[in-house]
Design a protein around this ligand. Structure first.
Ligand code: GLN
Length: 481
């Protein structure tokens, strides 16, 4: 077996037994990147030299008998996560040559653990998008069909795992950006509960929903990575300590699964619905109880998300003024011209659209009508989800309304692109954990199912996800590339 195809768990066993070295594993992943990334275009920066050095250090530690879950395991990080000394562009011209002066907390934790950073991956500029086409570099291609998008905005990270360029990757999810590309690329993507993993050192998009998380080959691996990156961080006041006090269930017969009817209606491709229902049927056959529920506020999630998100974006991106960060234009002119020229040149079209929308929804005359109203609806969406999740252990839905679409097919229609988030934005607005797991294929393209849990109850998602992966083999399938 080619080593780059290993899961974290498999690689760990082989490393600990001395059957392979981290150096070889890292080298093979780097070779794989070199071989196929011309086609997939998942990586922006490759840290070959640093990675090989880190791998050697990891091998020494392993030889000395040191043990930790990710010691010597090569991974890729989305390029909106700061990595000290390595370029972090957020796929924006504004940060084309920006070298991060410090590591994000999650990168620091992975470093302490001995994980090996291979590369930084492509995304939609500042994570604004659902297809990885809004990158200042180039679009990423889906390894299952190179004419199609990998989903977004963590499209590079998902494509890299699907194409076995790394053992796992990191993404960020604000309104679906880990789950949607994981679904389109046939891999596992976890959006943790808001606050479970630190946002310190992520380039902010929507501070009230941003959260980093793992993209992996199996649910087991997602749990391993989460175990390392989660936890309270003094640099992020919204982080919480994880207490596993919830009594978790392991026996499928004890699980009660809720099926929200609004996630299975005409918005969603009939074939996707059939596959996800079939997957739920597999769990039911093993003894899970399945009940239909209703979440009538679902229709408001995308409109609410697209008021709150641009509002926070317009505020967060105000720091990019050409003075403190990134490209500066209009030097020598007056200050306002420097701002205008720098922001005019540095930001792409979608980013500008969101800044304009957000400036409007926060403006003196419209704030109450838009932003405050959206916050009230958000509370309703959250209450409704929390209420249903008291009655069931988890909800299962499709991740996306269809399989990966063609590159360019939706690029000129922002509203159509926003509707990609229709099944994933609810858990983001409510701060709930949700995982996308491959559950089938339509015409050779993967389909993901989303499992949503109550706040800080990721364990339920891992348990039911593991059970599903034990009885099916969708997670083992890989694209032919
Ligand atoms: N598609 C969503 C958006 O464009 C999700 C982005 C994200 O999660 N980073 O806002």
């Amino acid at each position: 077996m080619e080593l780059n195809k290993l899961t974290i768990k498999e690689a760990r066993q082989k490393l600990d037994k001395g059957e392979i070295s981290s150096f070889d594993l890292t080298k093979i992943c780097l070779d794989r990147i070199k071989k196929i990334d011309d086609k997939v275009k998942a990586c922006i920066t490759i840290c070959e030299k640093e990675a090989l050095e880190e791998a050697k250090k990891a091998d020494e530690k392993i030889k000395k008998g040191e043990k930790s879950d990710l010691l010597g395991i090569p991974y890729i990080a989305k390029d909106n996560i700061l990595t000290k000394g390595v370029k972090t562009t957020a796929a924006s011209k504004f940060l084309e040559n920006y070298i991060a002066p410090y590591d994000a907390t999650i990168i620091k934790k992975l470093k302490n653990e001995g994980a090996v950073l291979l590369a930084k991956s492509n995304l939609d500029e500042f994570a604004h998008g659902a297809s990885t086409e809004n990158s200042c570099h180039r679009p990423t291609h889906n390894p299952w069909d190179l004419e199609r998008v990998p989903g977004g905005s963590s499209g590079g990270s998902a494509a890299a795992v699907a194409a076995d360029m790394c053992i796992f990757s990191l993404g960020t999810d604000t309104g679906g950006s880990i789950r949607c590309p994981a679904g389109f690329c046939g891999v596992v993507g976890l959006k943790p509960s808001y606050g479970l993993a630190s946002r310190f050192g992520l380039i902010s998009m929507t501070s009230s929903t941003d959260v980093p998380g793992p993209i992996t080959k199996t649910v087991e691996d997602a749990e391993i990575v989460m175990g390392v990156i989660m936890g309270k961080d003094e640099n992020d006041a919204t982080t919480v300590e994880f207490k596993n006090e919830e009594k978790t269930k392991n026996n499928i017969k004890d699980f009660k699964i809720g099926i929200p009817s609004e996630y299975f209606d005409e918005k969603v491709d009939k074939k996707v619905i059939d596959l996800v229902k079939k997957a739920i049927g597999e769990l039911e056959k093993k003894g899970a109880k399945v009940v239909e529920i209703s979440l009538p506020h679902t229709k408001y999630t995308v409109p609410t998300y697209y008021i709150i998100t641009p509002s926070e974006i317009s505020s967060n991106l105000a720091r990019f003024d050409g003075i403190r960060y990134g490209v500066r234009q209009g030097e020598g002119d007056d200050l306002e011209n420097v701002y205008l020229a720098s922001r005019g040149k540095g930001f792409g079209e979608e980013v500008k659209r969101r800044i304009m929308l957000g400036t409007y929804t926060l403006s003196a005359g419209y704030r109450d009508a838009y932003y405050l109203q959206a916050q009230k609806v958000r509370t309703k969406i959250k209450e409704e989800l929390d209420f249903e999740l008291e009655k069931v252990d988890c909800l299962i839905t499709p991740t996306s309304p269809h399989t990966a679409f063609k590159i360019g097919e939706q690029a000129d229609d922002p509203i159509l692109m926003y509707l990609e988030d229709i099944l994933v934005s609810g858990p983001s607005l409510a701060g709930l954990p949700a995982i996308s797991i491959p559950c089938g294929e339509i015409d050779g393209l993967p389909v993901g199912m989303q499992i949503i849990g109550s706040r800080l109850n990721e364990k339920i998602l891992f348990n039911i996800g593991n059970i599903f992966q034990n009885i099916t083999d969708w997670h083992i399938k890989r694209p032919n590339i």
